[in-house]
Design a protein. Sequence first.
Length: 158
Amino acid sequence: MRVRPRFRKIVSLSPQEVFSRIQQFLQQKDAPCTGTFLSSFAILRIPPEQQHLWSPELSIEAEETAEGTLIRGLFSPKPPVWTFFASLYFFVIFVGVAGGFYGLIQLNLGIKPDAFWAVPLSLVLLAGAYATAYTGQKLSQEQMVTMRDFLEQSLNGK
């Protein structure tokens, strides 16, 4: 079962009641998640003893609308994982672009363009980083299902 990275639902509870219900369900002995709460924002995580490198977080916002309370959730990697991949993408793209420009400069100056090797290398590294991130998403799928089911149960009061 593939879980969408976004969660969106309208409920007839107030935002305070939504977070109160989630907190009540988190206090149960067999709760599959832990949580951090602010006034209109919460983050659900898998308990530390069950976490691995690819364990996701579920960020939840609750906003009062005319139809009821709109609950938005977004699954994402932990901040260190996200920061690593963002930095890796930036660095690899920078090396590829810089190598390409430097190779063009060498070519225009009549020098053997040795720097062009950076362009295909950066493409291979980008493909590898993408494949690794995609694999990580697949490995976190089960925990995403667990967190989504937990959120649905706490909102439904079951």
